[in-house]
Design a protein. Structure first.
Length: 364
């Protein structure tokens, strides 16, 4: 296949590399209107637009992209992307996953709020992506080369993310980093925002010099905390697209996260009552989890594993089953005899009974 053909691609069928592995890579000059989706991927996927235009839809938002733009699709995230009808795009891409994948992605310019990024050095990034493709092959040395170029590609994105950050040497950033460290080592205790301010050496006057309020400091700390990374991991590991297995997995992993960070959760909810203007930001990770749940259920409905129900209500009902148990931990009033594993088994059983295809309907 030559560079002038419409599509060059490579798909790796098997890999022993569990830390970081490439699923597919290549380049394509799309036909006008060429569309993928709506659908989900089971791995991370990054595209770089090198010519033309197109549209990327994710999380209910539509993004018009052109040369130099990158867009990220996360595992199990409902997406659609389409080439422009008059000026269809050409792009390079790489799909990957592994134990290190989420940690790497977290250090790039991408986030749930910003799934697209305009590249400052598109030529260098383009070369890194194409080198992944040129190194393709089933042999171990080929896999090592492909993974190496993937690291180089991610390093370029991490560099751009770093350069876009505020000066990490600023005093405000130092206080934020200190607050994160305090929370990480004391989350099992009943700590308040005042406790955090005192621990990092902030007086009332100093707080207002660096932040609009003590709660603004908490917001800054929470934005840098690894909670979103852990939530992402729930949807990138051990999802089999088998309803009973996956629902147990979602409940168990989310409860694990909540049980390990009860102190942080209590700060969340105590702060919400005092700073309504920040409540949306405080629960953004919860919102992200619910959106990922909805995307999962939409795909399961499409596959025929769930009846034709509204995915919003299905995901909301299942989330309430999880959140109800978590709240008993947060407020410290767990009902006697309520055993977590038994709760999960019963909750999943009851839920599936309500959403599974009825008799005569296909269970695929």
């Amino acid at each position: 296949m030559t560079i002038h053909e419409m599509k060059q691609s490579y798909k790796q069928s098997y890999t022993d590399n569990v830390e970081l592995s490439i699923f597919n890579c290549g380049r394509e000059q799309c036909q006008p209107g060429h569309t993928w989706g709506p659908g989900v991927r089971d791995h991370y996927l990054i595209h770089l637009v090198v010519a033309g235009k197109g549209v990327y839809q994710v999380n209910g938002a539509s993004h018009t992209l052109q040369e130099g733009d990158l867009f990220l699709a996360k595992p199990n995230q409902l997406i659609t992307y389409a080439a422009d009808e008059t000026d269809p795009w050409e792009y390079y891409w790489v799909g990957f996953n592994g134990a290190c994948a989420n940690k790497l992605v977290q250090q790039t310019p991408f986030s749930d709020a910003h799934p697209v990024h305009h590249c400052k050095d598109p030529q260098t990034v383009r070369e890194a992506l194409y080198n992944i493709y040129l190194s393709r092959g089933p042999e171990p040395q080929c896999e090592a080369l492909m993974t190496g170029y993937l690291y180089i590609f991610m390093a370029h994105l991490m560099k751009e993310a770093r350069e876009a950050m505020p000066n990490v040497g600023s005093s405000s950033s130092q206080y934020v980093l200190a607050a994160i460290k305090y929370i990480q080592f004391n989350y099992s205790h009943d700590i308040s925002v005042d406790d955090i301010a005192k621990a990092v050496g902030l007086s009332e006057m100093t707080v207002f010099r660096h932040f609009p309020s003590k709660y603004a400091m908490l917001m800054a700390a929470m934005r840098r905390a690894p909670y979103a990374e852990m939530i992402e991991d729930v949807f990138t590991t051990h999802v089999r697209w088998e309803l009973e297995h996956d629902l147990r997995h979602f409940m168990r992993r989310y409860m694990d996260i909540a049980e390990q960070r009860i102190g942080i959760w209590r700060i969340y909810f105590s702060a919400i009552g005092q700073i309504d203007e920040h409540s949306t930001e405080l629960v953004s990770d919860v919102t992200s989890f619910r959106e990922r749940l909805r995307a999962y259920f939409e795909e399961m409905i499409r596959r025929g594993h769930i009846r034709q129900l509204d995915s919003l209500y299905v995901s909301s009902l299942f989330w309430n089953l999880i959140f109800g148990f978590v709240m008993t931990l947060v407020i410290g009033r767990k009902r006697p005899g309520l055993v977590r594993d038994e709760y999960i088994e019963n909750a999943v059983s009851v839920f599936i009974g309500g959403v599974a295809p009825k008799e005569g309907e296909a269970w695929r």
